[in-house]
Unconditional design. Structure first.
Length: 606
């Protein structure tokens, strides 16, 4: 008995145990700070404390079993865990989600725009993640852990192992309990325990929608596990019932084509982070005179478009507009599903010239794959590095006007010499984050009192919006001079909303715009629609009566509804799962989102 007590006392007072206890305290501070910095409303203070404790034990308890020669390897998980947390905090501030293996595969984290935006969002509070592990270094050196032979009896080893094994299921059980309380109090559900367990497993484990939520409730190691496992996702299988449901949903079409536009050219402009609030501002401010002019003409205008992008951001927005499908709301779609025979506007038009113009390199967000999947015949990337084309009288000062100046100048020069009919997909970039400094040479007259009361971030954003508008106006002028404009439909849609984390209570409009110029009809649509409704609306505008899917032999017009149809949309579900207008409940929308994910992940279109 005395020998056992002596061993236990020796173990508890050993230098190794002292370092382990301090390490646990440091890790707890880090993890709790991480939860605070990425806090979500559904994660209570108590939940964060418990999750931080469990995360610390799961990661660092194995350290006590390491022999003295290998104790220095404890710095591998310390450094890796710290890097994992700090990079996720920065990524979260950009995308309101944790990065996963699929995000790494898409090259999203290494996008120069994302990196610049991240730097602008670094906060002093991030030091709570970086400083604590640095303070461990002098303690480790002072204790000389590589010279101590700690003695652990079998009972002690068994007890430590048992604690480690119990932690994961115990935390999962607590998460299930919190989920059950939520079901009872919020949803007033009378589900039996087995039904709740099935719902919990399907929602938070088998097909997680929000890794951030899971990390707060089940523990941070789950996020690390999910990130790694997501690098190689399994292909989802389709049952016979699934296949029947998909065919039925895809065949739900209600075409109303405008015959006068059939065979016309189409230029589809994707405006980076263009918020509808910009277009609701008074014309007297002179921010977007070109867009306001287009809205007055023979155009279709919808300013209440709900963004439906997931963690893929801009690439998700481009996917929705190209294919008429919803993206996957818990991962960047183009990371694993960029290559497929997707239905698209380019394929539905069937033109021999379908061109894509992007300012970035085509390796970003796997553009070199999606441009083929969407049916484009040519892609022009890295526009800013290409020589400015056109004669001196036709071109404008691209060097001073920034990314979109180069983009629209180059696109217009190529389009002028492209055989009609053509389709051009142009992705603007100047309104991209960050907004801490001007991204373009200021040309907006900000002497009006309206501009004096706003933050620098908002003023810089509006400068970028004005630059985009000016560049778009130059494109339209060149098309007019070349005699191409009258035979060309121009659609302008934002890829997603402006990231509100860069503004202090400003830019709160939840909607993005859709403008279709030269549509042949005048329509100011005031109802709420989603990005997924852009695809069928454009098919109607371009006079496309039918587009037959090779996979089913049935007509396809996307998963949304045209605002020109007899049954136009009146609500939409956002990428965050919230249906607008507030208070609307539509199970059909949720079902279409789930079926779209099933279509994509089962590789239905391969």
């Amino acid at each position: 008995m005395n020998k056992t007590n002596k061993i236990a006392k020796t173990c508890l007072c050993s230098r190794t145990m002292i370092f382990f206890i301090v390490l646990c305290i440091v890790s707890f501070v880090q993890t709790f700070a991480f939860f605070q910095l990425t806090g979500i409303s559904s994660a209570l203070f108590r939940t964060k404390v418990i999750s931080a404790i469990f995360s610390t034990i799961v990661i660092y308890l194995p350290f006590l079993f390491i022999g003295r020669k290998w104790r220095i390897t404890v710095w591998i998980p310390i450094v890796a865990y710290t890097l994992f947390m700090i990079t996720n905090v920065w990524y979260y501030r950009q995308f309101h989600a944790f990065y996963t293996g699929s995000a790494l595969c898409a090259g999203a984290i290494f996008n120069s725009f994302v990196i610049e935006g991240t730097i602008a969002l670094i906060r002093q509070s991030d030091l709570f993640l970086i400083v604590p592990p640095i303070l461990l270094i002098p303690l480790y050196v002072h204790l000389h852990l590589d010279t101590e032979n700690s003695q652990y009896g079998n009972k002690m080893r068994f007890a430590l192992l048992l604690i480690w094994i119990i932690c994961i299921p115990a935390q999962s059980a607590l998460a299930f309990r919190r989920h059950s309380i939520y079901v009872d109090k919020v949803e007033n559900s009378n589900e039996n325990p087995m039904s709740r367990l099935a719902l919990f497993y399907n929602t938070y484990v088998a097909n997680p929608i929000d890794v951030t939520y899971l990390s707060h409730n089940i523990g941070l190691p789950y996020a690390l596990f999910y990130m790694i496992s997501d690098i190689y996702p399994d292909k989802v299988g389709l049952t016979e019932s699934d296949y029947v449901d998909i065919k039925e949903m895809l065949s739900d079409v209600n075409p109303n084509p405008i015959s006068g536009n059939k065979g016309k050219n189409l230029i589809f402009v994707i405006a980076e982070s263009l918020n509808s609030e910009v277009l609701r501002l008074s014309r007297e401010y002179g921010i977007t005179p070109t867009l306001h002019h287009l809205m007055k003409d023979t155009s279709i205008v919808a300013l209440n478009v709900v963004p439906q992008v997931g963690p893929g951001g801009s690439s998700d927005g481009q996917f929705i507009c190209n294919t008429g499908l919803y993206p996957i709301f818990n991962q960047p779609l183009v990371s694993h599903y960029a290559s497929a025979d997707y239905p698209s506007i380019a394929k539905s038009l069937g033109y021999s010239n379908s061109l894509e113009f992007i300012s970035e390199g085509k390796n970003i967000w796997n553009h070199y794959l999606t441009t083929i999947s969407y049916g484009y015949t040519e892609i022009y990337d890295l526009i800013k590095d290409r020589p400015i084309v056109g004669d001196e009288s036709a071109r404008f000062e691209c060097e001073e006007k920034g990314e979109d100046g180069h983009l629209f100048n180059y696109a217009s020069a190529i389009i002028e010499h492209t055989r009609n009919p053509f389709y051009a997909f142009v992705t603007a970039i100047s309104m991209h984050t960050p907004y801490d400094k001007p991204s373009v040479t200021p040309t907006l007259d900000t002497t009006h009192p309206f501009f004096k009361s706003m933050s620098n971030h908002k003023r810089n954003y509006l400068e970028a919006a004005h630059h985009f508008d000016t560049a778009l106006g130059e494109l339209i002028n060149r098309l007019d001079e070349a005699g191409v404009l009258d035979n060309t439909v121009i659609a302008i849609v934002s890829d997603h909303n402006v990231p509100t984390q860069y503004f202090d209570g400003e830019m709160q409009d939840p909607f993005i715009p859709m403008i279709i110029y030269n549509a042949g009809v005048k329509l100011d649509y005031t109802g709420v629609i989603g990005q997924v409704d852009v695809f069928p609306t454009l098919l109607d505008v371009m006079g496309i009566e039918s587009y037959i899917l090779s996979q089913t032999g049935a007509e396809y017009r996307g998963l949304g509804h045209s605002i020109l149809s007899d049954n136009p949309p009146t609500c939409a579900i956002g990428g965050d799962g919230v249906i607008l207008p507030t208070g609307v409940v539509d199970s059909t929308l949720i079902n279409r989102v789930e079926m779209s994910s099933l279509i994509i992940q089962s590789r239905f279109f391969e």
